[in-house]
Design a protein around this ligand. Sequence first.
Ligand code: ZN
Length: 693
Amino acid sequence: MTGHDPFQGRRDFLRASGVLGLASALPGTLRAADTAVGDAPSDDAGTASGAPLPPRAPLARQPFRRLPTGAIRPAGWLRRQLEIQAAGLGGHLDETWADVGPDSGWLGGSGESWERGPYFLDGLLPLAWQLDSAPLKAKAQRFIDWTLENPWPSGMFGPRSNDDWWPRMVMLKVLTQYHELTGDARVIGLMTNYFAYQLGELPKRPLRDWGRSRWQDELLSVLWLYDRTGDPRLLQLAALLRRQGFDWQGMFADFPFKQKVDVAALEAKGGDDVFMKDLGQRVHGVNIAMALKSSPVWSLVSGRVQDREAVHHQLKMLDAYHGLPNGMFSADEHLAGRNPSQGTELCTVVETMFSLEVALAITGAPALADRLETIAYNALPGAFTDDMWAHQYDQEPNQVESSLHRRPWTSNGPEANLFGLEPHFGCCTANFHQGWPKLTGSLWMATADGGVAAMVYAPCTVRTKVQGVPLRIEQSTDYPFRSRVDIVLHPARAVAFELKLRIPGWATGSTLAVNGQAQPTARAGHFVTLHREWRPGDTIALSFESAPKAVPGFNDSVSVRDGALVFALPIAESWIKWRQRGLTADWLVYPASRWSMGLPENATFRRVEQPVGPVPFSRRHPPVTLSVEGRLVASWKAEEGAADPVPRRPQADASDPPQLLTLLPYAAPKLRITAFPLLAPGSDEHPRDGHVS
Ligand SMILES: [Zn+2]
């Protein structure tokens, strides 16, 4: 930071905005900016406080605020998961993949200069600080320093070889996190300059393609800066982004895409209809995942309830026409209907998670946390090998083979569901890193009334400040593998504040005790709020009740859930290394056991628990299993490496006796059946006496 003039940025901003001569007419603005810049390096901006800034008027109040990056550290199984990520591609990608290596354009090199560097940083940065890893912090710092030290004279930043708005939207998200972690005042200057430049440029060179589809991700950063500087030009930029950006809320209001996208229509790229004209953008899974936050984030500017709530309708439409049993929607890489043999791109998984984390804070809707947990504890780990050295581009709920086949994707290539370095395309290789770290950063939030709230459950430590008093929270749990959460509060001194605890929507009951004293709890899908004076060492014990259940889906199929976990039938796996890829490899996986099993109506499940192992989501030591009796459906086949659509109400194979199936958490097996055919009535009357008809 030495040699940097933090006020240069504001002067440039005012000059670029054409208001330098009017500066004396804007005393309020200048005072706000001066204060923000002057305070930036203090502890309040970083993890020492861990308290979020209040929203600045006229932005709408929101029920919860995400804590500053770094305020929440992983513990227990979650820490082991992040350590696995760091020991795998998460911490070593730059050593084996040139696109984020030393020649990256985001390090001043002539290599990849678009979205991949920023995508990588968006997860590497919080991961490095959450694990307090000096080597990872140093890796991230190089990209940050190059970015901060090499702005263009115009106010633009990033590699000179392209001027696309889109990759900069990702880097802005990175810079906001970096500022929350370090208070580095260079961030405020660079962002101020850039937004001033963009406000002048966008009318001449409007958003297009990815930037037009993903405008809301920049809006987040614009509002972040507005909270810090209060410059009214930022609200003008917000309105301009909304005006030039695609109207996702409008598209979903009368949702036109109710079936698997036809690749021929994608390639035609024609039509005058507002949606068909740019069809590839409109039905693109990652765009739609990012867009789930668009209306809630815009509602902070508009103040409109219908904007804030529009996310629920978007999810409803996706569930109805493209929903899959792992909590996601099909996107391989365009919307692909509800057949569980369709895939979902890993970028779509992590971007849906981030959108839900943002939308959860703005709407306060516990249902979004339920959804977030379903995706985080099933679809996210499901796409990786146990060591996180290989991932899939597309994962399938009914995944019976990972091999080189074109079927069934809407537009992806034959590598799309291999496990590897960059199967099909490298976007997910660069972008997966944000999944676990941003989930970690969203476990607890600040409430609008100055308290704290447990939003999503996993083991962690929180350092924040309530009513001006430093507060440490220790949360220990094996959730989602168990249903008990233990919390110990360590305020620096006794202090009164509200503490909210989410009761998951699936809970059939819950119990709550504070310092051993039973407390009333809340209905499922609501928050229970505890108002009291909290003292150092106060304890909270929270338990949820749930029972395994069959959830109906595509073609009358059923999938099995218990709490936040989806369960799947593991298929024996034969792994074949296809090719070495630097420090890692690409793998094919072939089935080595029968998988075409159906479940009877009124199936009963037996739950067995084992300790959570060193790899939380591993089939070698699953923390929990469910056993259930199933029957072979011999008519259900695979073709070209993909299971045929689940047959509707098939007869069981009469010659095959019922067998006890042991289901594992969805993510544990890499070949699996998640959506089972529901057997036709009478299928359970197996002729045990040997009379086979
Ligand atoms: Zn991707």
